[in-house]
Design a protein around this ligand. Structure first.
Ligand code: ISL
Length: 553
């Protein structure tokens, strides 16, 4: 397996709007990130993935780009960005930009032209269709509620938007669109950025005859069958790679709703020259029922393990994976997979230990290094996320029990991950001097960076320990992975090994002591390398205990 910086590097994801406000308008900005670079470096990370900072009307907080070459003034503009890149490179930190190429903003000049007339030169930059039987061209539903089709009165036709109606889908079938995109990517490569996270890249090739979904109410199935992995996806990615990406030493990670075990490797196979990595959502959509995230189902540990086992088996040795347990689109990882009530510290550390001992590039989402948790605002007016608000409106229109729905929002809203970073216990958590764009989680007085800096037993210090451990032990990066107890409902054990050394990782995903079979796993022949408890026992694992042990022979 080829060794590269992006396989070994640890990525830290920043949602700039919520990181640090230095200009005093309640919105995080690039100067704020620059101020925190030494902190970021101290975490032992190598790469920053910056969520979109381009000009945008912010219907979806930057995932609706109106100018791909300019940085939004709200975040500090182009000068601030250039300084950021310079300051990062000085510290040997690499910068990965978020690129949203499946759709633009409706305020992008291409779309403004496109909607003007049917014969406008930009018309075919987007997908326009006539009404079918006086209605939308098909029954597809948007990721963010309602139809994917929006009627535009100027020409009396519908345009396609898989996300909000302010995010029209770009027509990659059109070679001119692809050329524009190649030029944009080249522009950022020449500027010296070190890579791209490509938003919903699995959706760029569509079935352009737009057939009706045969399962319109089955969200996951519709995405997989109709929106993702279209007929020309690999042609487009290969072309982008050959024309631009391959000329630079950069990393690429494609975000992939609808990518599954059957289709995943094709995106990242090292002989195919497309992307380096993808984010699949096997474990992230694990609690989604047929109706999607607001129709949640119970999750068991064996199902969770199966996702990791199956993907690892499928991808290696020809491809490379990405390991993450949360990002700006999901609830907080410790609220989701840990226990914030009784074992906040221990369970956050166990999840960190899992992240840093898995095969694949590790992605840490801002705030997870201090165990930030979900928020539960008292009513919907506190929420900002367009996906949350649209789902709420839809539920209201359907006459659902809205008290129960608010509880679902508490559990599932993307705003859980977007509350301002908790720097200290002063007003607004040290994020801003003024009222922030989204209310700070009220637990900031207990959970914040400043207090965890002082506490040697904090989650923050544990992240530092884990990143150092991974760096010092490359078997954690390149070694093989083998799950040892697929069916156990409380314990997750796995090995990481190469020809020279073997480690065993022991994780107790429960609130109870669990018996440890010392003999079965030959643990007498191991040495403890690292744990989230200061005292360990041969006969059992304590609640949410996590251990790394190394075999002596
Ligand atoms: O957010 C989700 C579930 O909570 C996902 O369905 C998400 O919409 C999907 O993974 C695509 O996400 C990406 O593209 C969106 C943007 O809103 C997200 O923030 C981005 O990560 C549209 O650009």
């Amino acid at each position: 397996m080829k060794k590269t910086w992006w396989k070994e590097g640890i990525v830290y994801q920043i949602y700039p709007r919520s990181y640090k406000d230095n200009t005093g308008n309640g919105v995080g900005d690039i100067l704020g990130i620059i101020e925190k670079l030494d902190y970021i470096k101290s975490l032992g990370v190598d790469i920053i993935w910056l969520c979109p900072v381009y000009e945008s009307p912010n219907d979806d907080n930057g995932y609706d780009i109106s100018d791909y070459r300019n940085i939004s003034a709200e975040f500090g503009g182009n000068d601030a960005f250039d300084t950021l890149l310079e300051e990062m490179h000085k510290r040997d930190l690499k910068l990965v930009m978020d690129l949203v190429l499946n759709h633009s903003s409706d305020e992008h000049k291409w779309f403004k032209e496109s909607r003007k007339s049917k014969d406008n030169p930009y018309r075919d930059y987007y997908f326009w269709q006539e009404a079918k039987n006086g209605k939308e061209p098909n029954n597809w539903k948007s990721f963010f509620s309602g139809s994917v089709w929006q009627k535009d009165d100027i020409t009396d036709e519908y345009f396609l938007h898989l996300f909000t109606k302010k995010q029209p889908d770009l027509n990659w079938e059109n070679p001119k669109v692809r050329e524009e995109i190649h030029n944009i990517v080249e522009f950022w490569c020449k500027k010296g950025v070190d890579g791209f996270r490509m938003d919903v890249i699995s959706l760029i090739s569509k079935q352009t005859d737009f057939p009706d979904s045969h399962v319109p109410d089955n969200y996951g199935e519709t995405i997989k069958t109709y929106y993702a992995n279209g007929p020309k996806i690999h042609q487009y990615l290969n072309e982008l790679n050959q024309k631009v990406l391959s000329k630079y030493d950069i990393m690429t990670v494609g975000e992939g709703p609808g990518i599954d075990l059957e289709t995943g490797l094709d995106y990242v196979h090292e002989d195919r020259n497309e992307l380096n990595m993808i984010f699949h959502f096997g474990h992230m959509f694990i609690d989604n029922g047929v109706g999607g995230k607001y129709d949640p189902i119970e999750v068991s540990l064996p199902t969770f393990k199966k996702v990791f086992n199956d993907w690892d088996a499928k991808i290696y040795p020809k491809g490379w994976g990405s390991i993450f347990l949360g990002n700006h689109d999901f609830s907080r990882m410790v609220s989701r997979f840990g226990n914030t009530e009784e074992y906040h510290n221990k369970s956050a550390k166990l999840l960190a230990l899992l992240l840093f001992t898995m095969r694949g590039t590790v992605y840490v989402y801002q705030g997870d290094e201090i165990g930030m948790t979900n928020v539960a605002y008292p009513d919907i007016s506190y929420y900002n996320d367009v996906e949350t608000l649209n789902s709420y409106k839809e539920a209201l229109a359907k006459g659902r029990d809205m008290d129960a729905f608010l509880k679902l929002v508490h559990r599932q809203s993307r705003d859980n991950a977007r509350t301002p970073m908790q720097w200290n216990s002063s007003k607004n958590s040290g994020f801003s001097d003024v009222e922030p764009w989204l209310e700070v989680n009220s637990n900031y007085t207990q959970i914040n960076v400043e207090s965890q800096e002082k506490d040697k037993d904090s989650i923050l210090h544990f992240y530092r320990k884990m990143s150092a451990f991974r760096k010092a032990n490359k078997v954690m990066v390149y070694g093989d992975y083998e799950c040892l107890n697929e069916d156990d409902t409380n314990l997750y054990f796995y090995k990481r090994y190469n020809d020279e050394e073997t480690y065993i990782i022991l994780l107790n995903f429960s609130n109870k002591k669990q018996t440890l079979d010392f003999v079965k796993y030959d643990l007498a022949n191991t040495e403890l390398a690292l744990s989230n408890y200061s005292e360990n026992f041969d006969a059992f694992l304590q609640p949410w205990e996590a251990q790394i042990r190394k075999y002596k022979s």
